[in-house]
Design a binder for this molecule. Sequence first.
Ligand code: 5RP
Length: 232
Amino acid sequence: MSDPGKQAAALAALEAVEDGMALGLGTGSTAALFVDALGARVKAGLRVTGVPTSAATAAQAEALGIPLTSLEEAGRLDLTVDGADEIGPGLALIKGGGGALLREKIVAASSARMLVIADSSKQVAALGAFALPVEIVRFGWRSTADRVDAALAGLGFSAPSVVLRMRHGAPFLTDEGHLILDCALGTIPDPAALDIALNAVTGVVETGIFAGIAGAAILGAPDGSVTRLGAA
Ligand SMILES: O=C(CO)[C@H](O)[C@H](O)COP(=O)(O)O
């Protein structure tokens, strides 16, 4: 059975969807619950188009009959609904636990609004307990990892742990064919500054910090109640 908090948040997010909208469709277990619910609404006559943030979401949405398009075709999206690994003060996020952070950030940045859906355990007083995913190019990845490590040390993170993400005994590859470094940092005092600093490291493609992107969040509790943050 699915997590009641995730389910409640996903269902509540449907209220933000209007007929005719172009939607960014997130990735992960909570976003998948939203896509399921959206599919049922589309079956009942709702007209929307979706831009998926991963191959997995594209396959799910296609199977449900949700019309899909590209970001190029859609232009500016009305709303993106996506999950998060952590939700901190000011709706700063860590994303990328599922490895889709690059497409997720591009889609969210192309949307008039990003609505985050999550179970209430994802809300934190400060980001950083979840290891920060950083997407890097494959070429020379070890040297990039060393530069990321040095940049983190230079920013005052004591003994950061920078680990190449693996899956089934091989490096995890994103939908864009990149690698991911999971950076265990403890606490991130200034997420926006860290995002800028890491994006300046040669070989880094994008970080999982979403600062100033999400406009609202819906958090679902285990009892099925929801709390709204921001302009939800
Ligand atoms: O960023 C993500 C994928 O890249 C997901 O939104 C994040 O990992 C949360 O996933 P879940 O809803 O399964 O907890």
